[in-house]
Design a protein. Structure first.
Lengths: 113, 113
């Protein structure tokens, strides 16, 4: 199993550009989430999904869109990048229910100029 | 809203010492608490997960305890090694509307050879 994979590992954008961060998992997990990690702020939940076709907002959803068309994939879209979105982004997955551990991808380091 | 605090923010100890990392949370209605390790520039590696009904979990030289009533968890590392140097994060899973983990800001641990 590859676990949770993320692409790209690094990305530099200019303000106003759009892009999609890819996330995939091969563990057949129902739950998937996106977090961002910023110095002094810790990790914060952006969006999450409890299954294909179902998504919801987390703590810091503004400026990001998500969709979940398959169990395996959960892409995160930045429609118009802003410098405030410079961060490290992590995707995670877990089995349904609150009793199972979350598995994290290696992260995408995004810089918006 | 759940809040997770980790003390100390940084810790430096000589190799071979036993040490304790602390994590506190404000809402005791959690499903589980998870400890992670993060190496510089890397993703999160799950170390231990304690279900709400459990008191502790052990893996090798690591032991994590959970006291829901007091809102505390500790990570005990026995016979520390330089390879244990990393940032250790605890995260509480409370479920609810924003279905994700609430993270502490981490303890940056350095083990001196």
């Amino acid at each position: 199993n590859a676990g949770v994979t993320q692409t790209p590992k690094f990305q530099v954008l200019k303000t106003g550009q759009s892009m999609t961060l890819q996330c995939a998992q091969d563990m057949n997990h129902e739950y998937m989430s996106w977090y961002r990690q910023d110095p002094g702020m810790g990790l914060r939940l952006i969006h999450y999904s409890v299954g294909a076709g179902i998504t919801d907002q987390g703590e810091v959803p503004n400026g990001y869109n998500v969709s979940r068309s398959t169990t395996e994939d959960f892409p995160l879209r930045l429609l118009s990048a802003a410098p405030s979105q410079t961060s490290v982004y992590f995707c995670a997955s877990q089995n349904a229910g609150g009793y199972n551990e979350q598995f994290f991808g290696p992260g995408t380091r995004l810089t918006v100029l | 809203k759940q809040e997770v605090t980790q003390i100390p923010a940084a810790l430096s100890v000589p190799e071979g010492e036993n040490l304790v990392l602390n994590c506190s949370f404000t809402d005791s209605a959690i499903y589980n608490l998870q400890w992670f390790r993060q190496d510089p520039g890397k993703g999160l590696t799950s170390l231990l997960l304690i279900q709400s009904s459990q008191r502790e979990q052990t893996s090798g030289r690591l032991n994590a305890s959970l006291d829901k009533s007091s809102g505390r968890s500790t990570l005990y590392i026995a016979a520390s090694q330089p390879g244990d140097s990393a940032t250790y994060l605890c995260a509480a899973y409370s479920g609810g509307g924003a279905d994700g983990l609430t993270f502490g800001k981490g303890t940056h641990l350095i083990i001196q050879p």
